[in-house]
Design a protein around this ligand. Sequence first.
Ligand code: NAD
Length: 352
Amino acid sequence: MAVFDHPEFDKHEHVAFYHDEEAGLSAIIAVHNTNLGPALGGCRMWPYINSSEALTDVLRLSKGMTYKAAMANLNLGGGKSVIIGDPRKAKTPEMMTAMGKFVDSLGGKYFTAEDSGIAVTDLQIMAEESEYIAGVKAQYHIAGEKPDGNPAPSTAYGVFVGLREAVQYKLNRDLQGVKVAIQGMGHVGYRLAKHLKDAGAELFVTDIYPEGVERAVTELGATAVAPEEIYTLDVDVVAPCAMGASINDETLPTIKAKVIAGAANNQLAREELGDILQQQGILYAPDYVINAGGVIDIYHQRMESSSDSAMREHIERIGETLNEIFTRADKEQKATNRVANVIAEERFAIKG
Ligand code: NAD
């Protein structure tokens, strides 16, 4: 399994492999870049079919975190860790203890947090072995919610701020009466819908499961639509808040909205789709910029001297960052996703 010449290697600073036979742990930590500070990135547990697939995933995700942290104005770099195994079948407390030791062995170059397959309770076990575990305590509030370690309220608030900025930039109006179609009524999508409702927007929502949609219809007066219709509606904004690659060769030609602004990771099936959106005059808020509220939350929860207002103001700067991207993209006639990458690279190229 080649590492240095792996297609996703891209100048990673540190890649560490760990195996603990007794604890049943096989894991990889990748640290992409620490110019701006220690690397932060979640720990993912997934039944990878082999270690090559796990390596590809961890390299790709840790690089993404470098870009995300730089655009979120954090003094942090990018990293990620993966555990090979099925979280529903193979996870044990001993494994989490061993993972804590592995994180600790990097001496603070990498901080871990929650990702797919890893819960706050798992992080708490890791935290007994290492001080470099983020997301185990929550003290600061956002949007009136009691902090419980789940960053979704902060992610949703950041997406709301970013969506509002995109509407102001593209349509030159506030959210009163703006029509928004939201794909996914989960942790983030539902909270986003609530913020939008409070701001006077008209909501169209969908999900593959009925609970969240029914709640949005009853509590927020939203209109329910079928999953396959959500991107075809005659609305002002579409907000992808479900899975990745939902803007693809099938959905893009059906989009009538002038703004795409949502929480999902990796919304564009290919980077080139950003160029097509730009050519068609559709403003795309780059996913890793607009959905950074969660990582900003995790950062503040670790700070002893932060506050509810400091965290909220930091999340609100997502709006300013998007404005910088939109303005530069217009000036240079480039896609917003490409401009975001360039700005991030300019930021993390300089050692902090
Ligand atoms: P979630 O699992 O709570 O919600 C996702 C919802 O999308 C679920 O209700 C699911 O049923 C629905 N869904 C899946 N496929 C669908 C489809 N084809 N059509 C309609 N609905 C579909 O997840 P979440 O925490 O709300 O996160 C939403 C997205 O935002 C994910 O892509 C996630 O990676 C991203 N994100 C989340 C956070 C966070 O803090 N939770 C942070 C950054 C990015």
